[in-house]
Design a protein around this ligand. Structure first.
Ligand code: NHW
Ligand code: EN5
Length: 388
């Protein structure tokens, strides 16, 4: 029973297959910018809208403070995502970003930030159709204001602000079930620092395993073995774009990046995004791999307060086997002090997850599209889109 989502242009769980279209396409009839409501949606008394100016580091810090204390937790409330301020700037100021799409809710009398939602522009292909969309992320309502129906107001307001730019579709992911996932994916985890993971309750000592045997099981070589494996530089961007564009064509849901976007999303930034290439003997780039940095706060642990996690981002095997490429990337992550390497079962990841000693997590990630019907549900391996 979804009171809010039942009123939105998304496929409903009780849609009758006999009376719904049999082809992919928009759910709502075409609208024009003129028809979009000009005034912001009404908030409860005592709250007001704001637009978050991310060129102002004080504002970024306010958003960081809201998210670090109120954003996503695991099912047992042991860990909470701790996106860094630098990460948030990267995630929310890509090419084409709009300040009005970083929408906040403040308490009127003291201006405290208590709600947030964001949109960034993206070109996304769903099977054969290429759509100018937004990606929605960082929806957050302060813990003290939960279950007061503020989230639907944030979602309607970001929809309005996006519609004003003549954009009518969105992609988003969530751990929770909403009407209606286009794909249901799972998190997998590869221990890099097993002792700490066990100490903080992220993982458990296996049946009839000792700590010493566990540490040995997850040991990795000191340095990458693939000849020509190195950090990506900005000068590699055009070649990486060519490799990535061609590779992503095989997936049913995938972004179409521009050169500017490759430079933004894939050129390394310390503690935000790490990217690697394999340079062949003739100097051409044959492979690409990347991960982003998303620590989690460890809630209420006496010794440890942060879990340093690397999340697999876009990766393109070419001359190198995916397994070997991922091993080298994990060696780099271990060397840089990450505790765990996380990946979804999207892309071709199922090819290496088990062999490289990833274990299935307890979290799911559902992919959603707003105002776009996908008649056939996608498999995780059909998904070529990774959101932050
Ligand atoms: S998923 C992460 C979302 N954030 C968190 O989980 C942080 C911790 N939780 C909270 O802050 C990545 C609150 O619990 C939130 C809900 C704010 C989640 N997505 O205000 P009420 C994203 O950011 C529905 C969508 O009373 P609350 C993606 C719920 O089903 N809807 O709840 C975001 C119910 O509706 P229903 C969600 O707990 C995508 C209603 O909210 C949701 O105080 C957004 C209850 O509201 C979720 N994750 O606040 C959609 N969680 O129908 C974008 C709950 O069941 C759509 N709900 O009555 C596209 C827009 C753009 C279109 C452009 C063309
Ligand atoms: C918006 N772009 O549940 C994203 N994480 O499995 C928002 N579990 O870390 C949506 N519960 O399985 C995010 N350890 C939805 C995910 C929310 C966060 C979340 C899960 C993903 C997670 C860990 C810790 C569980 C703690 C208890 C987990 C097991 C790892 C183990 C390693 C060794 C081999 C076996 C598996």
């Amino acid at each position: 029973n979804y009171t809010f989502w039942g009123s939105q242009p998304v496929a409903q769980f009780d849609d009758d297959p006999g009376s719904t279209p049999t082809e992919d396409g928009s759910i709502e009839g075409e609208k024009t910018v003129d028809e979009v409501q000009k005034e912001p949606y009404k908030l409860p008394a005592g709250y007001e809208w704001c637009t978050c100016d991310f060129s102002d580091d004080k504002v970024v810090q306010e958003v960081y403070n809201l998210l670090t204390t109120n954003y996503v937790e695991d099912d047992d409330n042991m860990f909470r995502f701790d996106y860094s301020a630098g990460f948030l700037k990267w995630a929310l100021m890509p090419p084409g970003s709009q300040q009005e799409w970083l929408a906040g809710v403040r308490v009127s009398h003291n201006k405290k930030l208590v709600g947030f939602i964001t949109a960034i522009p993206a070109t996304i292909r769903v099977k054969e159709q290429v759509l100018r969309m937004v990606e929605i992320n960082f929806l957050c309502v302060h813990k003290k204001l939960r279950a007061k129906r503020l989230a639907p107001v944030l979602i309607k307001e970001i929809t309005r602000r996006v519609n004003l730019h003549d954009i009518w579709q969105a992609a988003y992911t969530a751990g929770v079930v909403l009407p209606t996932p286009v794909a249901t994916c799972r998190y997998w985890h590869r221990s890099l620092n097993p002792k700490k993971l066990i100490d903080v309750g992220f993982s458990k000592l296996g049946h009839r395993m000792t700590m010493a045997r566990t540490i040995k099981l997850y040991r990795l070589p000191e340095s990458p073995r693939t000849p020509g494996f190195r950090q990506m530089h900005e000068g590699d961007s055009q070649e990486v774009l060519n490799l990535l564009s061609a590779y992503l064509e095989q997936f049913k849901l995938a972004p179409q990046l521009t050169l500017e976007e490759v430079k933004h999303w894939l050129v390394p930034r310390a503690d935000v995004i790490d990217s690697f290439v394999v340079e062949g003997a003739d100097g051409t780039i044959t492979d690409f791999a990347s991960f982003y940095t998303l620590p989690s706060s460890i809630l209420g642990h006496p010794q440890h307060s942060v879990l340093k996690a690397a999340y697999m981002y876009y990766t393109v095997p070419g001359a190198t086997q995916l397994q070997q490429l991922m091993t080298d990337v994990m060696i780099e992550a271990r060397r840089k002090g990450y505790d765990v390497f996380n990946a979804l079962d999207v892309l071709h990841n199922q090819q290496f997850l088990k062999d490289l000693k990833f274990g299935e997590g307890d979290g799911f990630l559902r992919y959603y599209l707003f105002n776009w019907r996908v008649v056939e549900k996608l498999q995780p391996s059909d998904v070529g889109l990774v959101l932050l």
